[in-house]
Design a protein around this ligand. Structure first.
Ligand code: BES
Ligand code: ZN
Ligand code: ZN
Length: 485
């Protein structure tokens, strides 16, 4: 898709379709279209009971440079709307545009809107993953003109560039999640990291094979991988810009398929478990564009990639594993595997990287989805400054998070009778919290934030911003954080 800016007046635009966003004062706002077109819009809009409210649209044929007009409502005062709301509005309108099958369109922007957010919504809402369809019936939008006031051309150009980079990184992550687990196995995930490092001279890859992983003492990670025929890969990507003073580690859960292991998942719960590497995909998405954007902080990306499979070699409930930091873990349920692999990665981050902050993204618990639903990520952390930075980045990115507690009173729930820790809670409730408390045991005093992305990482139905499948959640949030840092 080609994205360009035009500073021409709205009624001089030549295109198949013009999208105009209006509020409930729409009758006044459409006067910029000129008397003739306005009159036509009023007639059609009134006949369709259009009020200019969110998600309402009216399509009108015109005899002007733009052959069709799509008037789309937005709700309330645009200054109070969040980036999330804005992107939902734009993406919903783009859904209507797709229905009209027009290929060349122009989009008007309201003064309060962030151009970057608009570009992201346009690009992300038109993403498809159809390489496995024998017939491609999608009519892709080819050209989008964004209408900008002349004085703001440079600002708009910057916003467009950032929007394109952030969207491409997000779609990169979506592609990785959407590939079947047979294709996107640990080896291919590692190869993807290798390709990223190969294309960017300021990114370096260190790849640890099974032997080296064992040498590091990452036995919790190895325990999870031992039931699979695919060898585990520990991936370390390193980006170091000149003059950087701070170092951030980003960790992504990289279970390329989660069967549950011997604590096998029921069939239905397993259907979408190729998404269990969505955290890893987000980290790779970030690295795919990190040299293109303005990141002045040193960034290390860590992924323990393996499959969680049942077999004669698989980890058993009751087995005890010793993590890299020396803590021992009684495995009571092999389906709580993410925290086992992360225990070692977090230990590695603390012991080997000595960073200023660690952020992990993990499709960690079904309990998180019970608590916050499909749109919102649970945020846990041990450092208020880092927590606030993440909340700010999430708001700016339009990727919602909710701060969750780490109560010490729940710690007894993860104490084992026979080892230091157990990998499941003794209680029935608060499973996302006890999982986060478990992770906290491996970060020591290093500032750390854990994002449980189990809900938003994978769309189980088509949504305005993402079709069924991987959403690339976390990429835009992390890119914001790293550019803000
Ligand atoms: N990968 C799953 C969590 C998950 C569930 C992600 C649904 C995305 C959608 C994780 O490994 C898991 O199976 N967690 C268990 C933990 C339990 C055994 C303590 C869960 O949530 O049921
Ligand atoms: Zn699991
Ligand atoms: Zn899992």
């Amino acid at each position: 898709m080609q994205l360009t800016i035009s500073t021409k007046p709205i009624n001089k635009i030549n295109t198949d379709l013009l999208v105009l966003f209006v509020t409930e004062s729409w009758e006044k706002e459409i006067s910029i279209l000129g008397a003739e077109v306005s009159k036509k819009v009023v007639t059609v809009a009134k006949a369709e009971d259009f009020k200019g409210k969110s998600k309402e649209t009216v399509v009108v044929d015109t005899d002007t440079g733009y052959k069709r007009l799509l008037v789309a409502g937005i709700s309330g005062d645009t200054k109070e709307a969040t980036v999330f709301d804005l992107q939902q509005t734009i993406a919903t309108a783009m859904g209507v545009v797709k229905g009209t099958k027009r290929k060349d369109i122009a989009v008007s922007i309201r003064p309060a809107w962030s151009i970057q957010a608009v570009v992201e919504a346009i690009l992300l809402s038109t993403y498809t993953f159809n390489k496995y369809k024998s017939k491609n019936e999608d009519k892709a939008i080819e050209k989008v003109i964004i209408l900008a006031p002349d004085a703001q051309r440079t600002k708009f150009q910057k916003g467009i560039e950032a929007g394109i980079n952030f969207s491409q990184a997000t779609m990169f992550a979506r592609d990785l999640v959407n590939e079947p687990a047979e294709v996107m196995n640990p080896t291919v995930l590692a190869q993807t990291a290798k390709d990223i490092a190969g294309k960017n001279k300021n990114i370096h890859l260190t790849l640890y094979e099974k032997k080296e992983i064992a040498k590091l003492g990452m036995n919790a990670f190895l325990g999870v991988s031992q039931g699979s025929d695919s060898p585990p890969k520990f991936i370390r990507l390193h980006y170091k810009p000149e003059g950087s003073r701070k170092k951030i580690v980003i960790v992504g859960k990289g279970i390329t398929f989660d069967t549950g292991g011997l604590s096998l998942k029921p069939g239905h719960s397993m259907e979408t478990m190729k998404c269990d590497m969505a955290g890893a995909a987000a980290v790779l998405g970030v690295f795919s564009v990190i040299s293109e954007i303005n990141v002045n902080v040193e960034v290390v990306g860590l992924i323990a990639a393996c499959e969680n499979m049942p077999s004669g070699k698989a980890l058993r409930p009751g087995d005890i594993l010793k993590a890299m930091n020396g803590k021992t873990i009684e495995v009571l349920n092999t389906d709580a595997e993410g925290r086992l692999t992360l225990a070692d990665v977090l230990s590695f981050a603390v012991l080997k990287e000595k960073p200023d902050g660690i952020i992990d993204l993990a499709t960690l618990t079904g309990a998180m989805m019970v608590a916050l639903g499909e749109d919102i990520t649970g945020l846990f952390g041990n450092d208020n400054r880092l927590i606030e930075l993440l909340k700010k980045a999430a708001n700016e990115a339009g990727e919602p998070v909710w701060h969750m507690p780490l109560p010490v009173t729940y710690l007894p729930l993860i104490k084992s009778n026979i080892a230091d820790l157990r990998n499941t809670s003794k209680g029935k409730y608060g499973g996302a919290i006890t999982a986060a408390l478990f992770l906290q045991e491996f970060v020591g005093k290093t500032p750390w934030v854990h994002l449980d992305i189990a809900g938003p990482a994978f769309a189980e139905k088509n949504t305005p911003l993402a079709p069924y499948g991987g959403t690339g959640f976390g990429v835009r949030l992390l890119l914001r954080l790293l550019t803000n840092y």
